[in-house]
Design a protein around this ligand. Structure first.
Ligand code: NAD
Length: 351
């Protein structure tokens, strides 16, 4: 028998279709009544609908959430929250908007609700990533955990198919690394496997029929489980590589995860056989890494870092940064092998 520790989540999760109508009662359940709604400039319409649902309990909307949670945006939002006397925040959107909610929470202590509209999974994690100047820092802080997450499948129907695919593969990356995490436990392993099953099943349908409500529900369910994995166990080389590439070259988050994932899985192939078998099972493929590469290709997702705007000259710098901080991975992180991984991912070669 293997000894393990499992950390359960305290977040309340409401899941279904039309569940956004429950937002007023979920605000009440938190004992709050002055809500600041957060969104990106692109999701103002969805935020307006939530404001209408809340009526007088909505005291303001802040519409400037931006990728990578810039500190100057957070400071503006905190000042706005104080000026309208908000007693909680409600983020409607993806990881950018939910990140802003967490950044406000850590500065003000305000409780958060989230209505996720992508598959990034930030709503289920105690992780706060913030950018100041060009430097992104990431911290794990229990106080940034969202109190109530309302998953409403209807809100994801407008999420464009191509971004849905890469966002879904971003979620798969959380599940993949949970399968071989240093602190993995049987419950996280089950959730990760279930997340991969539902995402590999649903994303091909979402790609061709983005308005298919059943496939959208399956994808959101997988994203919830994958986000829970991300919040529960530690990640490894894949998340490190994506963090370095995103921070150093400004590459877009979900696309970077999509390109890198098959290559890191190939890197870890012999070091994590149980995880590899579970990934391959979910993909109905004999090899986990080539199955992931083929999956991205069939869904029309990007497979080369050069197509995301990374310069070839950046490979050496990225390899240096990736090996610089010691951190756990099932296979030791060696510079030459990491450089070879990056070279293949940059060119879009098979893993
Ligand atoms: P995002 O939040 O930036 O959203 C991408 C774009 O899609 C935005 O323009 C948004 O307005 C639009 N959009 C979102 N949902 C939509 C919908 N249903 N219909 C139409 N348009 C919609 O992207 P993301 O991939 O969700 O999040 C990426 C960010 O989240 C990164 O900064 C990443 O670091 C962070 N993240 C953090 C964690 C964590 O645990 N802290 C986890 C995952 C991602």
């Amino acid at each position: 028998m293997k000894t393990f520790v499992h950390r359960g989540q305290i977040t309340k999760v409401v899941f279904g279709s039309g569940t956004r109508s429950r937002i007023p009662e979920e605000v009440d359940a938190l004992g709050r009544g002055r809500v600041l709604v957060l969104c990106t400039p692109g999701q103002v319409d969805q935020a307006s609908e939530i404001r209408e649902l809340l009526g007088a309990a909505a005291v303001g909307t802040f519409t400037e959430a931006a990728p990578h949670t810039p500190v100057e945006v957070t400071e503006k939002a905190v000042a706005y929250a104080e000026s309208v006397g908000a007693d909680c925040v409600l983020a409607i959107g993806g990881g950018s908007t939910i990140g802003l909610g967490k950044a406000i929470a850590v500065r003000t202590g305000l409780p958060q609700l989230a209505l996720p509209t992508t598959y990034a999974g930030s709503e289920m994690t105690p992780i706060l990533g913030e950018t100041e100047g060009h430097k992104k820092t990431t911290r794990r802080l229990p106080e940034v955990l969202v109190k109530t997450v309302v998953y409403d499948v209807d809100l994801t129907l407008t999420f464009p198919a191509a971004i849905s695919v890469v966002s879904g593969i971003n979620a798969m990356a959380h599940a993949v690394e949970a399968l071989y995490a240093q602190d993995r436990d049987p419950v996280a392993f089950l959730m990760a496997g279930e997340a991969l099953d539902s995402l590999t099943r649903s994303l091909p349908v979402v790609a061709w029929r983005p308005d298919d409500a059943e496939a959208r529900a399956d994808a959101l369910y997988g994203a919830w489980l994958a986000g829970t994995c991300l919040g529960t166990v530690g990640m490894a080389l894949h998340h490190k590589v994506c963090h370095v590439l995103g921070g150093t070259f400004g590459l877009s988050h979900a696309e970077t995860h999509t390109v890198v994932l098959p290559h890191v899985v190939a890197y870890n192939r012999s070091a994590a056989p149980q995880a590899m078998a579970r990934i391959a099972w979910a993909l109905a493929w004999d090899d986990a890494a080539s199955g992931l590469f083929d999956f991205a290709g069939r869904l029309g997702a990007p497979r080369a870092l050069r197509d995301l705007g990374m310069p070839e000259s950046g490979i050496e710098q990225a390899a240096d940064l990736i090996v610089r901080d010691g951190y756990w991975n099932p296979r030791p992180v060696e510079r030459d092998a990491v450089r070879a991984l990056l070279t293949r991912a940059w060119a879009g070669e098979a893993p």
